[in-house]
Design a protein around this ligand. Structure first.
Ligand code: FEO
Length: 407
C-alpha cells in the first residue's frame, strides 16, 4: 500500500491487485490499482475504500495513522460507487468505529443496505455539499450508470479535485509513479492501453451514460482528477477526459488507425487466406493485430476489437455454423455493445456452408450494426481466384476502415 499526498489535507492510499479475474470474468494481465482518498478538515472523510480480493490490507489502519488519520476519528465514509472493489471494507471498518456516516446516492443506499446491512446513511443529490471545515467543502454529483446506477462524483471545491471513482480509471498496476506528471512516455502509453482495456472490459456497456458523465466533468472547474483505479491527473486532467471521449467513439465504430484480424482455422485452409491478407496489409502499410481464437482471453479480445477501426474475420464453417470460437468471441463483443465497426469475413467450407448465416444472426441479435464488405467463401483450400477476390474485398475494406479512424 502506498500513501501519497495530493494536496494539503488530501491523501491517497493505493494498492495493486493482481492474479484475479476482475468481476469474476476478466483476466487482467497487468493487474489493477485500487485508490482511496482521505480528505481532512475539522472533520475527516474517506472517499471509497481500499480492499483486496482477499479482504482489507493488514496494514490499512496503520497506513491511515501514518498520514495522521486516527481511524476512530473518521466521520464520513463517502461511497461514490457501491461495487465491492470500492466499498468492501465497510463492514470491517464498522468493527473499528461504529458512529461514522455513509454518504451516497439513493440507489447506492439500497444496495449498501442489501450487501452490508448498513443503515447510518445520508443520501445526497446533485449539488448537495458537506463542509468538513478548514476550507474543505465536498459537493456531490450523481453520474448514474457510470458502471452501476448508483455512481456519483465527489468534488472538493478548495483544491478543485474531482474524485471520479470508476470514471477516468484504468487497469494496470502502478509502480513508483502515480501522478500524470511523473509518468514516463512508456508509462503514458501503458496507462492509455490499460485505460482502453478497462473501458472496453468494464465500462463500455454504459457508453451513453459515460458521455453524459464526460459532459458533467466538463462543467466543473477541475485541477485534479483522482480516479478509483489508475493514475491521478494533476498536470493535465483534460487528457483523460479527452481519452474517455475518444474511447466512447471507439465503442460506436471508430478506432485507432489499425485493424484486427480475428481468426481461427481447423486444418489450415482459412489460415492460407489469413496469411495472404497479412501480406496485403503489410504491403499497404496498415498496422494490424492478430487474435487467434480460441487462444486469446476475453479481456484481450474485447479490448483489441474495441480499439480497432476495422475487423477482419477469418473463420471457416464448422458443422453448418460459424467456427465456434469466433462465434463466442463475436457474441461477447456484441454483448459489450461494440457497434458500428467496418468488417469483412472470409473462410473455408467443406461439404456445406453455414458460417455466414450464423454470423448474420450474431450481428443482428446483438444489434451491432457492423458495416460488412461482401464476404468471400471458398471450398476447401483457397485457389488463386479466391485470393484475388479476397484481395479485392480487403482493399475495399481498407478504404472504408480509413474513414473510421479517430486518434
Ligand atoms: Fe471499480 Fe465499478 O468498480
Amino acid at each position: 500500500m502506498k500513501k501519497l499526498k495530493i494536496a494539503d489535507g488530501i491523501h491517497m492510499l493505493t494498492m495493486n491487485v493482481e492474479d484475479i479475474l476482475f468481476e469474476g470474468i476478466w483476466e487482467i494481465a497487468n493487474g489493477v490499482s485500487l485508490n482511496s482518498y482521505i480528505v481532512q478538515g475539522e472533520k475527516t472523510a474517506i472517499i471509497d475504500g481500499v480492499i483486496g480480493w482477499d479482504g482489507i490490507p493488514e496494514t490499512l489502519y496503520r497506513d491511515l495513522e501514518d498520514i495522521g488519520v486516527d481511524p476512530k476519528n473518521i466521520d464520513y465514509l463517502i461511497v461514490n460507487h457501491m461495487e465491492p472493489d470500492h466499498s468492501g471494507w465497510i463492514s470491517n471498518f464498522r468493527k473499528i468505529k461504529d458512529d461514522f456516516t455513509v454518504i451516497c446516492t439513493d440507489k447506492a443506499a439500497k444496495i449498501i443496505a442489501s450487501f452490508y446491512g448498513e443503515d447510518k446513511i445520508r443520501i445526497v443529490k446533485e449539488g448537495d455539499t458537506l463542509d468538513l471545515g478548514k476550507g474543505k467543502v465536498l459537493s456531490f454529483h450523481p453520474v448514474p450508470n457510470v458502471h452501476w446506477p448508483d455512481t456519483m462524483y465527489t468534488y472538493e471545491r478548495d483544491t478543485k479535485t474531482l474524485f471520479s471513482c470508476d470514471m477516468f480509471g484504468a487497469f494496470g498496476r502502478m509502480e513508483d509513479h502515480c501522478f500524470d506528471d511523473e509518468l514516463t512516455p512508456e508509462e503514458i502509453d501503458f496507462f492509455e492501453s490499460e485505460g482502453i482495456r478497462y473501458y472496453s472490459n468494464v465500462m463500455i456497456t454504459f457508453t451513453p451514460s459515460l458521455k453524459k458523465a464526460i459532459e458533467k466533468a466538463r462543467q466543473l472547474e477541475i485541477s485534479t482528477i483522482a480516479p478509483g483505479h489508475g493514475p491521478v491527473y494533476r498536470k493535465n486532467p483534460q487528457k483523460i477526459i479527452d481519452d474517455y471521449s475518444r474511447f466512447s467513439q471507439y465503442a460506436e465504430g471508430s478506432g485507432k488507425n489499425e485493424v484486427t484480424i480475428l481468426w481461427g482455422s481447423m486444418y489450415g485452409m482459412t489460415k492460407k487466406a489469413v496469411d495472404y491478407v497479412e501480406s496485403i496489409l503489410q504491403r499497404e502499410g496498415i498496422k494490424y493485430n492478430k487474435l487467434q481464437m480460441p487462444l486469446e482471453s476475453d479481456s484481450e479480445t474485447v479490448a483489441t476489437v474495441f480499439k480497432s477501426a476495422g475487423i477482419i474475420i477469418g473463420a471457416p464453417t464448422y458443422e453448418y455454423k460459424l467456427f465456434p470460437p469466433i462465434a463466442v468471441a463475436l457474441n461477447e463483443v456484441g454483448r459489450k455493445r461494440i457497434t458500428g465497426k467496418v468488417a469483412i469475413r472470409f473462410g473455408s467450407y467443406g461439404w456445406s456452408g453455414g458460417a455466414e448465416k450464423e454470423l448474420a444472426e450474431i450481428i443482428e441479435r446483438n444489434n451491432m450494426k457492423w458495416d460488412f464488405v461482401e464476404s468471400v467463401e471458398f471450398e476447401g483450400a483457397p485457389k488463386d481466384e479466391d485470393l484475388v477476390k479476397v484481395e479485392e474485398k480487403v482493399l475495399e475494406f481498407i478504404k472504408k476502415m480509413r474513414e473510421k479512424v479517430v486518434e
